[in-house]
Write a protein that binds this ligand. Structure first.
Ligand code: ADP
Length: 491
């Protein structure tokens, strides 16, 4: 009994036979075995060709010699057009050699008419083979679909890391278009340009090949995208059983790595900030505590003329503490609710002159020159916050410049509204820090900058205020040395 899971209940058999009696005999043989089938018997090339398509057979039985046509030609047609259909010669005579040749050319089997009992086992074997082939094909298709549709980038590498086949995810990861053929590269060339990752990759690849790769190896590496970007990837590699090939999957973790780096840096910055802030707070407290103990100690005679200086120092220390607390509260408020503005129309020049004059005296020892290059007139701002920006920039210019060196402010009507520049002849800011000084807690890491009080918050608050006004602030090196902090506020 012929059973087949994928074959239809009723088998369709195309019989190429000029002798109706022979065709009948073959069918009877199959019926005897209990096979359920329908047959179409043809005898000419035209009929054979036509039925191959119209009848859509599951199996072909063919005589070898026919008047006007022949089995070999029929077999060639069938192999070319429907290679999946088993083709069995059922023939009166066929030499051993000829039979072997036909098998080589694609025939499935041959049965001699005088030994027709062999027909059923031959058909069974042919159908089982077809079934097995189609199962294998389906399994391959399934794996191919998984390979292509998984979000993971995957490729098969032959020895020396040549990419044998790559899925869409792999092409996408490295910047190849979907329809493009496999990148003709050795994977090693894609691994981060000659960095230590190449050696690591080699080591893992050797390990996978030498130990049979039963367990995949997992490692982190970097690959270079076609556009030159370097991507961080998580890789896993295992050996394909029975081959010297390995399968490699990559997951792009560039964003996660970047985020991880940022988090690490933030944590470090926060730690530095805590050190800096506690140092900043401890200093004025030490001053106040020292003098109060001295003043409270009845045994110490304080010379009369020292008293005003002592009070001034204590007052400065208290002011410094107040400034620290105000900065911290400002930052906390900004992080919480952003910068809230109370806008009024102000005369820009007046604000600049007032800030430069420094009536509160923190920069009393420094004369600030104001130069009005062109008067921008009125501007809509939060007056107090605008003054804070100016004062903060002037305080920094004063703080980071040597004693006696000039600090100036220029005012002009810029293309986007008033443009104000605070210029000093201090140490300047290295190019790599020029954007970062506006970040929270950021301080330039050199001895000179470090010797000054501060927590790296002033310019952060300044930028938030300027941004809230819709303006722009940046820092440039000043010609002839020093820094130029410039900001513009839209009118
Ligand atoms: P800080 O309170 O530490 O001064 P800021 O946010 O005001 O914090 O400034 C950040 C850093 O930028 C400072 O620590 C300093 O290193 C640098 N900086 C700011 N202004 C100047 C300036 N005018 N000249 C040189 N360096 C400056």
């Amino acid at each position: 009994m012929i059973t087949s899971r994928t074959m239809p209940e009723e088998l369709r058999i195309l019989i190429l036979e000029d002798n109706p009696a022979d065709a009948e005999l073959a069918q009877r043989e199959l019926e005897k075995a209990g096979l359920s089938f329908v047959a179409s018997v043809v005898a000419t090339r035209w009929e054979f060709h036509q039925q191959l398509d119209a009848f859509d057979p599951d199996l072909i039985l063919s005589d070898y010699k026919l008047p006007g046509f022949d089995g070999i030609s029929a077999m060639r047609i069938a192999v070319a057009e429907r290679p999946e259909i088993p083709f069995i010669f059922v023939t009166g005579e066929m030499g051993e050699e000829r039979a072997i040749d036909t098998l080589k050319e694609g025939a499935t089997d041959y049965v001699l008419k005088q030994r027709l009992a062999r027909l059923v086992p031959a058909v069974e074997r042919a159908l089982a083979e077809v079934e097995e082939k189609s199962q294998r094909r389906r399994a391959e298709e399934n794996y191919r679909t998984v390979f292509e549709t998984t979000g993971t980038a995957m490729c098969v590498l032959v020895e020396d890391s040549v990419v044998l086949s790559a899925n869409q995810g792999f092409k996408r990861l490295l910047g190849y278009a979907a329809g493009e053929p496999e990148p003709e590269v050795r994977f090693k060339q894609v691994v981060s340009r000659g960095g230590p990752e190449v050696e690591d990759f080699d080591r893992y690849h050797r390990k996978v090949l030498s130990e049979g790769g039963r367990d995949p190896v997992f490692f982190e590496t970097r690959v270079v995208h076609r556009d030159g970007r370097t991507l961080d990837v998580l890789a896993s590699m295992g050996r394909l059983p029975g081959t010297r090939n390995s399968v490699l999957s990559l997951i792009d973790v560039t964003r996660e790595k970047k985020y991880e780096g940022e988090l690490k840096e933030r944590a470090e910055r926060l730690r530095d900030f805590l050190t800096v802030a506690s140092h900043e707070i401890r200093h004025p407290i030490t001053v106040i505590k020292g003098y109060t103990e001295m003043l409270g100690d009845g045994d110490i005679k304080i010379p009369e003329d020292m008293v005003p200086d002592i009070y001034a120092s204590m007052n400065d220390a208290a002011d410094r503490l107040t400034r620290i607390v105000t900065e911290l509260m400002d930052v906390s408020r900004i992080e919480d609710t952003g910068v809230e503005l109370d806008m009024t129309s102000c005369e820009t020049k007046e604000l600049v002159l007032e800030a430069a004059a420094d009536e509160h005296g923190a920069r009393a020892a420094r004369h600030v020159e104001v130069e009005v290059l062109s008067d921008p007139g009125q501007v809509m701002v939060d007056r107090a916050r605008f003054m804070f920006v100016l004062e903060q920039l002037l305080d920094n210019a004063d703080k980071y410049s040597p004693e006696g060196s000039p600090v100036s402010v220029t005012l002009e009507a810029g293309p986007d509204g008033p443009l104000i520049s605070v210029l000093d002849r201090g140490p300047g800011i290295p190019e790599s820090d020029r954007e970062r000084v506006f970040e929270r807690f950021y301080q330039v890491e050199d001895a000179l900058h470090h010797s000054k009080p501060g927590m790296g918050l002033g310019l952060y608050i300044v930028r938030q205020v300027v941004d809230a006004h819709g303006g722009r602030i940046w820092c440039e090196p000043r010609e002839g040395g020093g820094s130029a902090f410039r900001f513009s506020i839209p009118k």
